[in-house]
Design a protein around this ligand. Structure first.
Ligand code: DGL
Length: 281
């Protein structure tokens, strides 16, 4: 039996759209409900407990909207809350992500890899354990880059000011001799052209989003949750911030001109929709 319920995706803002675009490419028959918690952006500088609460409250919202699977499309949220969320919501499959140290460590020729992420991810046990598991004998140059989140959130402008910020972050990584750069924050794939311009063609940039999309596909199949690709799939976006901002960014980053964007607001620990167009489908 095809399952037409939507996949629920969440991020602090537009970052998870880098994962969403890969999920849509791979699974065009699936409906998606995407929550951008822009009312709380950025997550990166926040304490773990606070991020956990936002993530669990958002998942509860997505489950109220009948989502069949959750994708935590935010490295910071995963670092703070993936295991916690799986314990709290054992009945729904939750697909997470971690910095892609493994492929970087396998591919490096120089033995030096760079990883850029938020402060919360940098300080997390998850990051320490990924390095421990996959980067034995490899030098890992890790860097928290909070300003890059804000650049992506402004639509990844290619201005001299933006280039200067990116150059400042990339300088020490270049000097260390990296030949792989792991994007450990879902906002960063939108800055790939600017990052590549700073690093030069010899550095490979690793975006984990296609691998996350493949994992979503596998889990849907294993759990018999796939939809039939019958042309009825829809994608809806909800933000706890400004819907016009998200609409503009969807146009700029994904080329979506008529995106279905709704507003939500936080009422204590509950995320509630401002309109009555729910649930999806
Ligand atoms: N997109 C998020 C990540 O992957 C974080 C951005 C933020 O809110 O600081 O880490």
């Amino acid at each position: 039996m095809p399952d037409p319920r939507p996949i629920g995706m969440l991020d602090s803002g537009i970052g998870g759209l880098s994962v969403l675009r890969e999920v849509r490419r791979l699974l065009p028959g699936e409906s998606i409900l995407y929550v951008a918690d822009e009312g709380h952006l950025p997550y990166g500088p926040r304490p773990r407990e606070e991020i956990r609460a936002f993530v669990c409250d958002t998942i509860r919202f997505l489950l109220e909207q009948r989502c069949k699977l959750i994708v935590i499309a935010c490295n910071t949220a995963n670092a703070a809350a993936l295991h916690y969320a799986r314990e709290h919501f054992p009945d729904v499959p939750i697909v997470g992500m971690e910095p892609a140290i493994k492929p970087a460590a396998e591919q490096t020729q120089t033995g030096v890899i760079g990883v850029i992420m938020t402060s919360a991810t940098y300080q997390s046990e998850l990051f320490a354990s990924v390095v421990d598991r996959f980067a034995q004998g490899i030098r890992v140059e890790a860097l928290a880059c909070p300003e890059l989140v804000m650049l992506a959130e402004q639509g990844a402008p290619d201005t001299p000011e933006a280039q200067a910020i990116i150059a400042q972050y990339m300088e020490p990584l270049k000097a260390a001799g990296i030949d792989q750069l792991v994007l450990g924050c879902t906002h960063f794939p939108f800055l790939t052209p600017q990052l590549q311009a700073q690093l030069g063609p010899a550095v490979t940039i690793i975006d984990p989003a296609p691998a996350v999309a493949r994992q979503v596909s596998r889990v849907l199949e294993q759990r018999h949750l796939s939809n039939a690709p019958d042309g009825s799939a829809s994608v809806r976006y909800v933000t706890s911030g400004d819907p016009d901002h998200l609409r503009r960014l969807l146009n700029q980053l994904l080329g979506e001109q008529h995106a279905d964007v709704g507003a939500a607001r936080w009422a204590g620990h509950r995320l509630v929709t401002v309109e009555d167009k729910f649930p999806l489908g």
